[in-house]
Design a protein around this ligand. Structure first.
Ligand SMILES: C[S@@+](CC[C@H](N)C(=O)[O-])C[C@H]1O[C@@H](n2cnc3c(N)ncnc32)[C@H](O)[C@@H]1O
Length: 371
């Protein structure tokens, strides 16, 4: 085990460490102990963003089990006790979170006597009952490999819930939008989209249509010209046009269900466009949970990619990101890499030691600047 300067210095009390991170004198701090107790030492409304993954109900072994049996979450016999314990922890989290802050909570499920317990949903509903506003339920598709069950589907996903305290919260959409790789450009005097669409084929389809009326053809050509003008002005980088009778709509044909089908029926065409400002990520994230620190730890380690959107989207540069079940320090490390400050809490001294080593390695030459 690595003895780190920070963890062995008895004179640095938790509160001192917390206040120096809050004051910006240090960039990060790890606190050893039961998060429900340590959270009480963090001042009200001082944290910008919390990202965490508590132990799942009756799922994993941690190296702290015997030592801290009484406070270790996840070992409760009754699922309701697990839910209650988590709600208690997160009510402290709510207190320390700024009014416009966000909590991202990763949870996995569990089969008991072949019965899927819906533990993430139970926790999420209890959190709502405790006053949290649920803004999103992200499905983290972990693309797991084969497993033994032969009488049900392979379970490959976990949940990442996005909770906020109030309806008005900080969200930097621009920082998380998926930006187009390429812009539209002028080729031989005519505008060409990022994927080479010029609109010429669509014009031919419209002219040749036996399904559209003359008026509909004219309207479709005008709309197409407007889209090409938007591309020339740099407002969009790409588009696709669907014309009644020319292509099969891949959306539902029912106008009751699909807005696109309705547009096809009423106008004779519709467009799909990619704006130059990009688009918001969807709520299914395909991220393999690979991480080299997983080898040293027995716990489920966050992949860095999973942390980037929550940190970039819901904390300001320089803000403070907290993980009350910090494990190997993934959240704090990612927060530092993205120019935020970080606080991690864990019951396990060896996990916190791994966390320190991890940050030392990640910041190699510049580690001292974080202290
Ligand atoms: C799923 S792991 C977190 C892994 C972490 N996301 C990472 O990337 O390494 C859950 C962690 O919660 C810690 N833990 C369990 N009960 C705790 C408590 N009452 N207070 C603080 N930490 C606790 C365990 O030691 C374990 O490291």
């Amino acid at each position: 085990m690595i003895e780190t300067e920070q963890l062995t210095k008895k004179d640095i009390k938790n509160s001192k460490l917390i206040s120096s991170v809050l004051a910006g004198e240090r960039r990060f701090g790890f606190l050893l102990g039961d998060c429900i107790e340590i959270l009480k030492e963090i001042p009200d409304e001082s944290i910008d963003c919390v990202i965490t993954s508590p132990p799942y109900w009756q799922l994993r072994e941690y190296d702290v089990k015997d030592e801290h049996q009484s406070v270790l979450i996840g070992y409760e016999d009754d699922p309701n006790d697990y839910v209650k314990n988590l709600v208690t922890v997160f009510s402290q989290v709510k207190r320390v979170l700024k009014p416009d802050g966000s909590l991202w909570l990763n949870l996995g499920d569990k089969f008991k006597n072949k019965n899927l317990m819906l533990m993430p949903a139970r926790v999420a509903i209890a959190m709502q009952d405790d006053g949290w506003v649920l803004r999103g339920d992200i499905i983290w598709d972990q693309m797991k490999g084969t497993q033994s069950a032969q009488d049900r589907m392979r379970d490959v996903y976990e949940h990442v819930y996005h909770f906020v305290k109030t309806r008005k919260y900080f969200f930097d959409a621009d920082a998380v939008k998926i930006k187009p790789q390429k812009n539209a450009s002028l080729v031989n005097g005519s505008i060409t989209s990022a994927t080479g669409v010029t609109g010429k084929k669509y014009k031919e389809h419209i002219a040749a249509s036996t399904v559209l009326s003359e008026q509909e053809k004219q309207n479709a050509l005008n709309a197409l010209d407007e889209i090409l003008a938007k591309m020339k002005r740099g407002e969009i980088v790409d588009f696709r046009m669907t014309i009644r009778g020319a292509q099969r709509s891949y959306h539902s044909e029912s106008t009751k269900i699909s807005g696109r089908a309705k547009e096809l029926e009423t106008k004779g065409y519709f467009f799909l466009m990619m704006k130059s400002s990009g688009f918001m990520p969807a709520d299914v994230w395909r991220i393999v949970p690979e991480d080299k620190w997983r080898k040293d730890a027995h716990c489920a380690v966050f992949p860095e990619e999973l942390l980037q959107t929550p940190i970039n989207g819901t904390s300001r540069p320089g803000g403070i990101v907290l993980d009350p079940f910090s494990g190997t320090g993934s959240t704090v490390c990612a927060a530092l890499k993205l120019g935020r400050r970080g606080i991690g809490i864990d019951l396990s001294k060896s996990y916190l030691d791994i966390s320190e080593t991890r940050i030392k390695e990640a910041f190699n030459g510049t580690y001292k600047l974080l202290l």
